[in-house]
Design a protein around this ligand. Structure first.
Ligand SMILES: [Zn+2]
Length: 129
């Protein structure tokens, strides 16, 4: 009898649906974590600069362009130049790193929501001893 009552409790049924939805969302968020691609921390982008040579075209506004990887290490921004032949590969790995970190942030949010739903289910199912 008790189980029947709980089965037809609309709040409990909504919470169970919510629980399933969160678990599916968690699974989707974790897909990138199951991946095998190397991750590279940082952003790849183009910088322009002057080289310092007095007669170079860059003194007349034609700045030198190059691709760099930028990342933060112990609070400081680090830069590393990216040779053209490494550009595509490094961009992929850096984008994958961003996806990975976004997934991690998403997991912490879902985790809190899961605990909340579990606690609400417990309070609905719990009865006095
Ligand atoms: Zn120059």
């Amino acid at each position: 009898m008790q189980n029947k009552e709980l089965d037809s409790n609309p709040s409990l049924s909504r919470l169970r649906q919510e629980l399933r939805r969160l678990i599916e969302e968690l699974g989707r968020s974790l897909e990138v974590v199951y991946g095998r691609t190397p991750l590279v921390k940082g952003n790849v982008y183009e910088i322009t600069r002057k080289c310092g040579k007095p007669n170079c075209a860059c003194t007349r506004g034609q700045l030198h362009k190059s691709m760099v990887l930028s990342w933060s290490h112990q609070g400081k921004t680090r830069l590393k130049s990216v040779p053209p032949e490494k550009l595509a590969e490094l961009s992929c790995k850096s984008e994958e790193y961003l996806r990975f970190r976004r997934a991690r942030a998403q997991v912490t949010i879902i985790y809190k929501q899961l605990l909340d739903v579990i606690d609400r289910i417990e309070s609905l199912r719990r009865e006095e001893p």
